[in-house]
Structure formats: structure tokens, C-alpha cells
Design a protein around this ligand. Structure first.
Ligand SMILES: C[C@H](O)CC(=O)C(=O)O
Ligand SMILES: [Mn+2]
Length: 360
């Protein structure tokens, strides 16, 4: 007998990622004018939460993660006063972002934060979560690369974040590797152990084309928050596209409070013209999903692939085998260099100025 899931009447809170995860896809190059244009359009479309920061979050400006033309504070000062109903949020990875950064975010009008750790390292987040709560922020624990932890152990990590004060715990499919069954198992495991009042969220990447299906699987297991990105502007093949997700929710009777046609217009008239490359499932982004690689590594692998004459797919496959995670960006170059040496494309040594022996 077929089991029909009734989603009618459910409510889901959409958290917009284009102005944070989308920074990766733009190599951190979004102007304050573009921030204002996108954020005001999303606010007008009824999107309740909009994340605005450097792609790597607070403290992200670095050689490893790239430099944006403006500080987070400049972006918030530009965007926050323009919001009619939306709350502006930020992302903080303990170790990159500090408590001082969090205070500054609050002082500049940010009222919600994703405190993000690798899926086995929740214990790096207690001070940041507690501080965000002390400031009165809507605080989520954000478990990245969640496919690398089994459902039961992931739920234990979520339980830790809850014990530090997180009001919502997120399953984050940073690699866009998960299939709906993987999401179901993880959200269910979390729902089984978290307090009923603790919300659950899902953050997807569309590398296997599963953004919508995975978000629905999460909702079916009790997730009430979904991260999405208008026009799919995000790392890799992008996040769950907001406008597509809202259309699907409208069809299913799931309430998001967002205006579908305004989101379509934002996508077509503002986001698509902003893209430096078409954010979609292609050879490299599909490899991310297939090999389980952190989506943020995409553009680094493409750049280094060109530098060393190695197909970016080969670099990404190696990174997947090594289970590299966020923060290990230096290993992308290391891996490209090793492959280039193995293939006789460069002589031994580790010079930055190597001349390929064979053309790319
Ligand atoms: C810093 C990362 O981009 C966080 C994120 O969005 C993910 O892991 O996915
Ligand atoms: Mn992401």
C-alpha cells in the first residue's frame, strides 16, 4: 500500500543564503549595492531570514578564504536599515569568528546566527552558542558535512549543541552528497533525541540535483527551517533554489509566507545577471556531490586545476577520498601538485611558479 504523506498546513521558515553561501560562487565579490538590491527584493518577497556575511562567515577575510570588497559591518550597515520585515543573520565558525565579531554583528543589527562546526566537532561551539544566546540572538547549531557522521552520532552532536543553548540544530549537506534517505535518517535521529521545542533545520546543496527532494525529506521528519538560495546562488551547484522550493511548497500546501512571483523576478532580473558563471550541476559540481566534497572547494579546484594542468574533477575525486573538510583548503593545492608530479606535468619541488611540462 502506498503511504501518502500529508504536508498540507505545515509551516516552514525559509532562511535565504544567496548573500552568504552565494559569496563563494562570486569569489566573495558582491558589492554593497548588490547586497541592498538582492536583500530588499527578498524582504519585499516576504523572506523572513536573510544571511549576509563573507562566505566563510565572521572572521572569514583571509588569504585562504578570500577577501570581499567590504567588511561584514559595511554590508550590515547597508542592508539592515532597509529591511521592512526580514531579520538579518550571520554565520560563525568558531576559530574563524570570535565572540568580539559576534558582538559586532549584534551591534550592527544582526539578530540570528548559524554557529557552524564540522559534524563531529560540536564541542568547539559552547562559548559562541552561549554568547549568541546571551545577546538574545536566534541561535542555531549548524553541523557541516553531515554525511560524514552516522545518524546516531550526528544526533549526539546535535544534543551537545542543544545543551549549549542552540534553539535550532541543522543538518548541513555541505557536499550535496546526501540522498533523501540519508536526510530522513539524520533528521529522524535528531528529532528522537532533541527536546520537542528545539527546532531542526536542513541546509542543502544541489550538486546531485537533490536540494528540493532532500528539503522535503527533512520537513517530513519534522524540520521546520530550510536554508535556500534565490536562483541557487551558492557554493558548488548552489543551494536549494528558493523560488523552486517555494513553488513546490505552494503546490503541496506548505506555508512559507513568501511570494513566488516576486522570487521568480528576483532570480531572473537580479541574480542571474549577477552570476560570473552559471551556477548549476556541471562536471565539477556534480563531482562534488558524487565524491562527497565540500562545495566551497569547487572554484579553488578549478583554479588550481588550470594552474597545474589537472582536470578539476580529478582533484575533487582525490579530495573526496581523503575526506577533506572546510578549513583544509591548503590541501587542494597540495593534492593538485601531487597529481601533477605523478603525471609528469611538473618536475619535483613545491614551487608556486612551476611551468607545466605538458599543456593543460
Ligand atoms: C562555510 C560554509 O560555506 C558553510 C556552509 O554553508 C556549508 O557547509 O554548506
Ligand atoms: Mn552551504
Amino acid at each position: 500500500m502506498t503511504h501518502v504523506i500529508n504536508r498540507q498546513g505545515r509551516k516552514v521558515l525559509i532562511h535565504e543564503m544567496a548573500l552568504r553561501d552565494g559569496m563563494h560562487a562570486k569569489r566573495e565579490q558582491i558589492s554593497t549595492e548588490q547586497m541592498i538590491k538582492v536583500a530588499t527584493a527578498l524582504d519585499d518577497a516576504g523572506v523572513p531570514l536573510i544571511q549576509v556575511t563573507h562566505g566563510a562567515g565572521l572572521g572569514g577575510q583571509s588569504l585562504q578564504h578570500g577577501f570581499s570588497p567590504h567588511s561584514n559591518e559595511e554590508y550590515w550597515d547597508a542592508v539592515v536599515p532597509k529591511m521592512k520585515q526580514a531579520t538579518i543573520s550571520a554565520l560563525l565558525i568558531p576559530g574563524l569568528g570570535t565572540m568580539k565579531d559576534l558582538q559586532s554583528a549584534y551591534d550592527h543589527g544582526v539578530r540570528s546566527v548559524h554557529v557552524a562546526t564540522h559534524c563531529t566537532e560540536a564541542d568547539t561551539s559552547p562559548q559562541h552558542i552561549a554568547y549568541a544566546r546571551k545577546l538574545g540572538m536566534d541561535t542555531t547549531g549548524f553541523l557541516m558535512m553531515a554525511h560524514l557522521n552516522d545518524p546516531k552520532s550526528l544526533a549526539e552532536q546535535g544534543k551537545l549543541m542543544e545543551s549549549y543553548g542552540a534553539l535550532t540544530v541543522y543538518v548541513v549537506d555541505s557536499a550535496g552528497y546526501m540522498l533523501p534517505g540519508d536526510v530522513t535518517a539524520r533528521i529522524k535521529a535528531l528529532r528522537d533525541v532533541l527536546k520537542p521545542e528545539t527546532e531542526i533545520g536542513f541546509h542543502g546543496h544541489h550538486n546531485l540535483g537533490m536540494g528540493i527532494a532532500n528539503s522535503l525529506a527533512a520537513i517530513d521528519q519534522g524540520a521546520t527551517r530550510i536554508d535556500a538560495s534565490v536562483g541557487g546562488l551558492g557554493a558548488g551547484a548552489g543551494n536549494t533554489p528558493t523560488e523552486v522550493f517555494v513553488a513546490v511548497c505552494d503546490r503541496m500546501g506548505i506555508s512559507t509566507g513568501c511570494d513566488l512571483f516576486k522570487l521568480m523576478d528576483t532570480t531572473q532580473d537580479i541574480i542571474f545577471p549577477m552570476m560570473d558563471h552559471i551556477v548549476r550541476v556541471d562536471r565539477s559540481s556534480l563531482t562534488l556531490g558524487f565524491a562527497g566534497v565540500y562545495s566551497t572547494f569547487l572554484l579553488h579546484a578549478e583554479r588550481l586545476g588550470k594552474k597545474y594542468g589537472i582536470p578539476s574533477r580529478d582533484i575533487l575525486v582525490e579530495l573526496g577520498k581523503k575526506k577533506m573538510i572546510g578549513g583544509q583548503e591548503d590541501m587542494i593545492e597540495d593534492t593538485a601538485l601531487t597529481l601533477a608530479k605523478e603525471r609528469g606535468l611538473i618536475p619535483g619541488g613545491n614551487s608556486d611558479k612551476v611551468t607545466p611540462l605538458r599543456a593543460a
